[in-house]
Design a protein around this ligand. Sequence first.
Ligand code: NAD
Ligand code: ZN
Ligand code: ZN
Length: 398
Amino acid sequence: MKALTWQGNEQVEVVDVPDPRIEEPTDAIIRVTSTAICGSDLHLYGVLGPYLEPGDVLGHEAMGVVEEVGSGARGHLKVGDRVVVPFNISCGHCWMCERGLFAQCETTQVRGQGKGASLFGYTSLYGSVPGGQAEYLRVPQAQFGPIVIPDGTPDEQFLFLSDILPTAWQAVRYADVPPGGTVAVLGLGPVGQFAVRIARHLGAGRVIGVDRVPERLALAERHGAEPVDLDRFDGPGELAAALIDMVDGRGPDATIDAVGMEAHGGGLVAAAQKATGLLPDGLARKVTDKFALDRLDALHAAMKGVRRGGTVSVSGVYGGEQDPMPMMEMFDRGIQLRMGQAHVRRWTDEILPLVLDPADPLGTLDLTTHRLPLAEAAHGYEMFRAKSDGCIKVVLSP
Ligand SMILES: NC(=O)c1ccc[n+]([C@@H]2O[C@H](COP(=O)([O-])OP(=O)(O)OC[C@H]3O[C@@H](n4cnc5c(N)ncnc54)[C@H](O)[C@@H]3O)[C@@H](O)[C@H]2O)c1
Ligand SMILES: [Zn+2]
Ligand SMILES: [Zn+2]
């Protein structure tokens, strides 16, 4: 089959790879009908390169049709079912899963690397599981993971249940915005866009959206955000002061960091991030593990711009081990901090009715800017990374 593979720093390529097969009784094979490129894939493209091997199949946002089901998953799935596949692989019955902490599933945890649940297409840190930017996908733990959905509507209505909808939902729930309160969303990529809409839907009075890309600011504004252009400020301190100013001199009740380690800014750190992509593998790995490699502008603005006693909710992915944090300010201002990979299945039952509503309250059909054949995936990565041609979300058709 054809699949999109990592080949080196900022290099991906569609090549022929062996078709996946059922390996465990709890596996299923799906024929992928739509698969998206995520901001998290951009970290693989660059800084997480040391944890990939040339030929690794990427992708963790996939949906399709069940082709084959192992004997252990037949209670949940049958051939021909239309399904969306959550990006984290969870068993549904371990200690963590019983508590809804699906991103920490103890059955699929990657203990050798000291990491949480396995993820599709996301490096040796997360189990080296072949990803979903491919014609077919082997889905482990298929007795629990895949969400069966009805036929007859466009894929985009459901595709984002695989990751960015539950991620944004968790970001907003973790942000704990009081009814009628204010939340600022930093970063208006696909995750930030849905965070804006979900915050409105769940009752925030004001939603402020921060980014520097004009069409991303415009899309967020169309869905109810007050747009704030990052380029008006010189550094996170100035942005934080502006947020505080905008909300009664006190600041928003919550801030959401939907940026993560690709934040713009931080010249030196940016240079170090780039260097890890260039160093020999072993060395680069050490650098990523041991040093402060994240660009922290967005996170620091989120922490300094939230009101005293407010909540910072981090959905952006970070990877440094010794990143400097403004501890005095965090402590003195009494902020709460919540973060982590989304526990996808914990939220999908709450989101599904909204996705099924013909009025499309979360605007699932108003996000994708580019649909490309899988064969053009490399071009999709480049466009999404460069944010060129108005690119906000790329969906691939295998
Ligand atoms: N926690 C999870 O489970 C989970 C799931 C999916 C994605 N993510 C992470 O969420 C983040 C966003 O993903 P995405 O797909 O929306 O990616 P994206 O790269 O398209 O979006 C990031 C946006 O942030 C903006 N930005 C950069 N620096 C900024 C700054 N200092 N302040 C404000 N905005 C800034 C960029 O212009 C861009 O629009 C990524 O880090 C991704 O890895 C996490
Ligand atoms: Zn994703
Ligand atoms: Zn589990």
